[in-house]
Design a protein around this ligand. Structure first.
Ligand code: HEC
Ligand code: HEC
Length: 285
């Protein structure tokens, strides 16, 4: 009896040791993936025309910068779940007062925060497809915002969040980048280049790097954008401006981003996007 108890004790002790080693492994692995520190590549920031700079404040809306980071980009709590993470879209207006253009560009286009951490949620993999001039113009627009407000708290990642990162279920933006380098929306030639570029830099965050649909979050899938083949320009414009699809049914996330972000697109942008996506749909059929 006594020896049986002793063995049960050893077993319990062994399980605790294994659990502790596993927890330490998850913590160390996720920490390396999240906090690096990562070194950013040098950014070329030339090529912004005066017209692009003048238009860039509007584009902060189209790209969702304002809806995620809040009014004036003063920061907004994005995830608040003790098991997953407490994570802010930071107060970029305050950060910009201290950061160089190189640091801001690395955050936007490489997914590396000003402190060298790998960014999560911030769609930098999609923004890696922006041109040098577009990034420079966006930085100019950020710098036009009144700088200030309190710094947003640093992110904290909970146990489930760390497990997800360590096992590759949640990928940071530098990790996602590889998909965006390899998988592109179909190239339909120069007549469709503008619409393709817009889709690649605005829609691919949720519809996937090649626009063929993706799981946006557990239980929510976005369709292949071939679905736009069934939309005429009027119905497509209505969807992007109001979130109401041709079917009239109630959308969820798409409804939110259409009203908050895409309602700021110009008629010209919507027409280019429509022409490209219809062409892409016809090509696939
Ligand atoms: C889907 C929401 C979302 C969108 C859209 C978005 N951001 Fe972010 N952004 C975030 C989050 C969340 C973080 C912080 C991520 C982290 O800490 O892991 C972040 C981080 C940043 C940082 C780095 C700040 C730091 O602490 O180093 C900058 C700069 C930035 N965003 C600028 C922009 C700009 C400019 C745009 C538009 C071109 C934009 N963001 C669009 C959510 C978003
Ligand atoms: C933040 C994520 C997100 C972004 C960015 C996004 N979508 Fe969506 N979209 C979705 C999701 C999710 C759905 C599925 C419907 C829903 O929201 O419940 C969807 C559905 C759609 C549909 C199908 C509507 C229908 O008839 O059922 C179309 C068309 C569409 N999106 C076009 C676009 C275009 C064009 C862009 C870029 C300008 C874009 N989306 C950007 C998440 C997104």
């Amino acid at each position: 009896m006594r020896s049986a108890l002793r063995w049960a004790g050893y077993l319990a002790g062994g399980v605790i040791v294994i659990a502790a080693v596993l927890a330490a492994y998850i913590w160390i692995a996720s920490n390396r993936m999240l906090n690096g520190p990562f070194a950013a590549k040098h950014e070329n920031l030339s090529g912004a025309t005066p017209e692009m700079v003048a238009d860039a404040s509007r584009r902060l809306h189209v790209f969702g910068c304002i809806s995620c980071h809040g009014d004036g980009m003063r920061g907004s709590l994005f995830i608040d779940d003790p098991h997953l993470a407490k994570l802010y879209a930071p107060n970029v207006s305050e950060i910009a007062g201290k950061a160089t253009d190189q640091q801001l560009a690395a955050a936007i286009r490489q997914g590396i925060g000003v402190d060298g951490r790998a960014l999560a949620i911030m769609p930098s993999a999609q923004f890696s497809r922006l041109t040098d001039g577009e990034v420079a113009a966006l930085i100019a627009a950020v710098r036009k915002l009144p700088s200030g407000g309190a710094p947003t708290p640093a992110r904290t990642i909970g146990a489930m969040g760390r497990l997800g990162v360590a096992t590759g279920k949640f990928r940071t933006q530098p990790q996602l980048m590889a998909d965006y380098v390899q998988q592109w929306p179909a190239d339909l030639g120069p007549n469709y280049a503008k619409g393709r570029h817009l889709a690649a830099t605005v829609c691919s965050e949720c519809h996937g790097p090649a626009l063929d649909g993706a799981e946006v979050k557990p239980g929510l899938k976005s369709p292949d954008l071939d679905i736009v083949g069934a939309y005429d320009l009027a119905a497509f414009t209505k969807l992007l401006r109001t979130g109401i699809p041709a079917s009239g049914k109630k959308l969820t996330l798409m409804d939110e981003v259409a009203r908050a972000n895409f309602s700021h697109m110009t008629d010209e942008e919507i027409a280019e996007l429509h022409a490209y996506l219809v062409g892409r749909a016809q090509r696939s059929n």
